[in-house]
Design a protein around this ligand. Structure first.
Ligand code: WTA
Length: 647
């Protein structure tokens, strides 16, 4: 296989935090003596009480336990805000760019401090105490950052729910986290259209056992919303009653910082729990080295704060480093398809971090909408969320970056807290489509199905052999599920759920999920979630959902549906089912294709053979494999005959 390789530009190797020699040296040191390496790098944050123990972790079956800096105390909001005040109080912390290009504002570190304190005092006034969970269901407005940091300041545990999730999904997350308080906005604004956030909270309320205690509503659009007396309060009214000063609570390194629900291969989304100090150290060091962050850089990550990328690389990593981080409310195509590049020019963005799906959809419109902007400020590009195909990589490099900007293809997960496999721009020769090499302290291995560690160039399942400070600590309320999901497949290793190839240069090429998780436009979706939404519909008897290759989204959602006796397939029912799933989970879960099938391929013991369904959806009939074990091999012929066309 011929490979293009991009050398490190000398301007980068000379000035970056790490050139190749430095990377090799630091990586070797981090693997040889993790205690020493992380002991030194733990000092990049302020401590109230310094730690004496660095690493205390075990992946041992049945006894998984992960603790970093366990006897130290600190506070995340102090580190992201207060400690910068003396040196950079007047520096911009957040540049906010509204959905409407006429709306933007800058928030200095000093202003951020006052806003976070006020938000913290409002939460306190409504009874929030250390350890309490707070659900945040907000659009991409500065208040989302204030609310998250306010929780961190008083030791409350935030659970941010993406604004695109339905009332049902929101309700199950409120209930699972046992949040007494929900912070929301009247409406969100995306691409010129409003999103009825408060209304969704009202609907969710009816589904939460005992209802929601208090709803704090931020005014964003001024749209008309119903306020329920005794439960709902306007944030601006409450903020007017409190002081702009609030002490940062002393937190143990291992006290919870946040929960973030994410899809797995089975059952309902799980609450991924991250704790205080290790997470902050890890997001800060990765933000510094991966994006080669230097004072004065303008840094923009286009993710939503509802996803882990927004947590770690809009908020915590950059602010821990005293950076200027851009927060964008809108979408790449509004008011025009040049919006990203216009925002880059408007705010002189140096580093731009986005998802392959965005690149692929913008590629479709050709070069002109990009080329008509300057982008002269850009120095570095980043990619995250799904494998980036070499064509999209090359376009990003040539058209967006004018061949001048390295691309960091960063592989990581909600569970890992921060980036694990990635190039460093001053150190790593790039191969389009490869996430390249492990970050400091990360020990990737590739195993075969039996758990044998493969050496050299190979392909198999990706595991991580030892802990790193940003790793998730547990599934909220279910440590057994944590151990079963991540540590039971291979003893003493963290199983990522991803497959990977490793080439002769030791570069990793992530091939995608090997479990029943699909990645739609960089959003993780458990096929089981979509299936349970479908079978909740009265006309549906059985459903099986798989991914299939989609030009823009990476993967699309392909659903096989069998109907109840007496129901018959129709276009109307197809539309109704799509709408039903949107309503149950949210627009990101809408099936792209629904195939009505008289039966699903099952083994004689009644297990659905997903392998076959995947192959049909992928249009690979020739590769169906052995179908002789099927209870009724004839169903396969019908499935093939009636396969839905891609888009
Ligand atoms: C996929 C997002 C290839 C992968 C940060 C992983 C990637 C899942 C990449 C986690 C990448 C993320 N190359 N695949 N650079 N980045 N993935 O939890 O399958 O939303 O397991 O975290 O996205 O998705 P999550």
């Amino acid at each position: 296989m011929s490979e293009t390789i991009y050398d490190v530009p000398s301007a980068w190797s000379d000035k970056a935090w790490a050139n190749d020699a430095r990377y090799q040296e630091m990586y070797a040191a981090s693997i040889k003596d993790p205690e020493k390496f992380w002991g030194e790098h733990g000092k990049r944050i302020d401590w109230f009480k310094p730690y004496t123990r660095v690493k205390n972790t075990s992946f041992e079956p049945g006894k998984v336990s992960i603790k970093w800096y366990e006897d130290g105390t600190t506070n995340v909001a102090h580190n992201c805000v207060d400690r910068h005040l003396a040196k950079r109080g007047d520096q911009t912390a957040i540049i906010w760019e509204g959905d409407n290009p006429a709306e933007s504002k800058v928030i200095t570190y000093r202003e951020l401090h006052a806003e976070v304190c006020k938000f913290a005092n409002v939460l306190k006034a409504h009874g929030v105490e250390k350890g309490d969970r707070v659900t945040i269901y907000l659009p991409m407005i500065p208040e989302a950052a204030y609310a998250m940091l306010a929780c961190a300041r008083i030791g409350a545990v935030h659970s941010v729910v993406f604004g695109g999730f339905s009332p049902d999904s929101l309700a199950s997350r409120i209930e699972d986290s046992d949040s007494k308080i929900v912070v929301t906005a009247d409406e969100g604004l995306r691409g010129g259209r409003t999103v009825p956030l408060k209304k969704n909270v009202d609907s969710a309320n009816d589904k939460v056992k005992g209802g929601i205690g208090t709803v704090i509503v931020v005014r964003r659009t001024g749209g008309n919303v119903a306020m329920q007396a005794g439960r709902d309060v306007w944030y601006h009214d409450e903020a007017a009653k409190v002081s702009a000063d609030c002490p940062a609570v002393e937190m143990n390194a291992e006290d919870p910082l946040f929960l973030l629900y994410t899809s797995g291969s089975t059952g309902k989304p799980k609450g991924v729990l991250h704790t205080t100090a290790g997470y902050l150290v890890y997001t800060a060091i990765t933000h510094q080295y991966v994006f080669d962050y230097h004072d004065g850089d303008i840094y923009w990550c286009t993710a939503d704060v509802g996803w882990v990328t927004g947590h770690s690389y809009i908020l915590y990593g950059p602010l821990a480093n005293g950076a200027t981080t851009l927060m964008f409310e809108g979408i790449p195509t509004y008011p025009s398809i040049s919006r990203f590049w216009e925002v880059i020019d408007k705010h002189k963005v140096n580093t731009f971090y986005t998802a392959p799906t965005a690149i692929r959809s913008l590629m479709g419109a050709g070069e002109e909408p990009v080329k008509k902007t300057s982008r002269a400020s850009l120095r570095l590009l980043g990619s995250v969320g799904e494998p980036i195909n070499p064509e999209a990589w090359e376009w990003y490099h040539r058209v967006v970056g004018d061949r001048r900007c390295p691309i960091v293809d960063t592989w990581w997960q909600t569970e890992t807290g921060g980036i694990l496999i990635t190039p460093l721009p001053g150190a790593t020769r790039l191969k389009p489509g490869s996430a390249t090499r492990p970050f400091f302290g990360i020990r990737p291995e590739i195993l075969d199905a039996e758990g044998k560690v493969l050496e050299g160039a190979c392909e198999g399942n990706l595991v991580i052999a030892d802990s790193w400070p940003g790793q998730m600590r547990t599934v909220y309320g279910d440590h057994q599920r944590f151990m079963d999901t991540y540590f039971a497949t291979y003893a003493n290793k963290y199983f990522t759920g991803d497959g990977s190839r490793r080439d002769a240069d030791g570069y990793y090429w992530i091939t995608g999920r090997v479990d029943d998780v699909i990645n739609v436009s960089g959003h993780r979706m458990g096929t089981a979630e979509v299936e349970s939404a479908l079978v909740a519909h009265p006309s549906v008897s059985e459903a099986a959902v798989v991914g299939y290759p989609h030009d823009i989204k990476g993967q699309g959602i392909y659903a096989y549906v069998t109907l109840m006796t007496g129901e018959s397939p129709s276009e109307d029912l197809r539309k109704e089912l799509v709408a039903y799933v949107r309503n149950e989970i949210g627009p990101i879960a809408s099936p792209d294709l629904i195939q009505f099938a008289p039966g699903l391929p099952k083994t004689r013991s009644g297990k659905i053979m997903r392998r076959i369904l995947r192959k049909i959806a992928e249009d690979e009939f020739g590769a169906l494999g052995d179908t002789s074990t099927l209870a009724d091999p004839a169903v396969v012929d019908d499935l093939i005959e009636n396969r839905q066309n891609k888009r």
